[in-house]
Ligand binder design. Sequence first.
Ligand SMILES: [Zn+2]
Length: 289
Amino acid sequence: MRIHHLSCGTHCPLGGPFFDGSSKGLFANIGTHCLLLETDQGLVLVDTGYGLEDVQGRHARLSRLWPAVLNVQLREHETALRQVEALGFSARDVRHIVLTHLNFDHAGGLEDFPEARIHVMEAEHDAAESKRRGFIGNQRYRPLQWDGVRDWRTYAAGGERWFGFEAVRGLDGLPPEILMVPLRGHTAGHAGVAVRGEDGWLLNAGDAYLYHGQMNPARHHCTIGLSIYQGIMDTDRPARRANQERLRELKRNHGAEITIFCSHDTLEFAALQDTSRTTPPRALACAGR
Ligand SMILES: [Zn+2]
């Protein structure tokens, strides 16, 4: 299985290193780490970032709040669709999309791939479709991003074990090398997505954590900006904290076999992007960096 690491959305919040821990200027540089997998079952995306309609600003698909706070840079060439095309494929080659969760910065590209079957945890789908989401729920879930999707596959938690975690294996139409690992807390049905490549396992932990320092087994820490964002976006804080602890333990005990990364860490993306055997467009630095 060939694995590509793509950043499908850039955020440049005011605060520089107080958000991403490494920027020199006023603005941080936070990408959206997605995977593109070449499999015998066709192309598989893990998360989609922002989509073409988000970039084109049609239908007010995004809320006003988070795009403004996070200073989202909507760039067409960073959409998963344009990056898939840049690699020589077409939208119809993407047959499956596996989602960590349905937040606006992960689900924006769903409708750009009309042939894709969408895999997501049932609890996440239910939460996103709920009519009583509350203020934060209405900001984070944007149904216009997926109201054209017809081929959903939803899954209940539980089942086979994967390094001590519950896992959903046997995703409909996908090989057992791609599985979901429920990691609730950030959202009600949040999950990591594990992929077995030639060099071992990758675990895309989505937004189960936001900053690489949170996976430091000796002294876990987070930047102030991301810590505040994480707290506001917690759906179940004890579960989120417990799952972060489990992920640290996973890294401590199996770090040689599993590479864990999250959706929005600049350094993790840079490290993995360099090991992928492709040259997708780099996430552009934010102005003033
Ligand atoms: Zn996110």
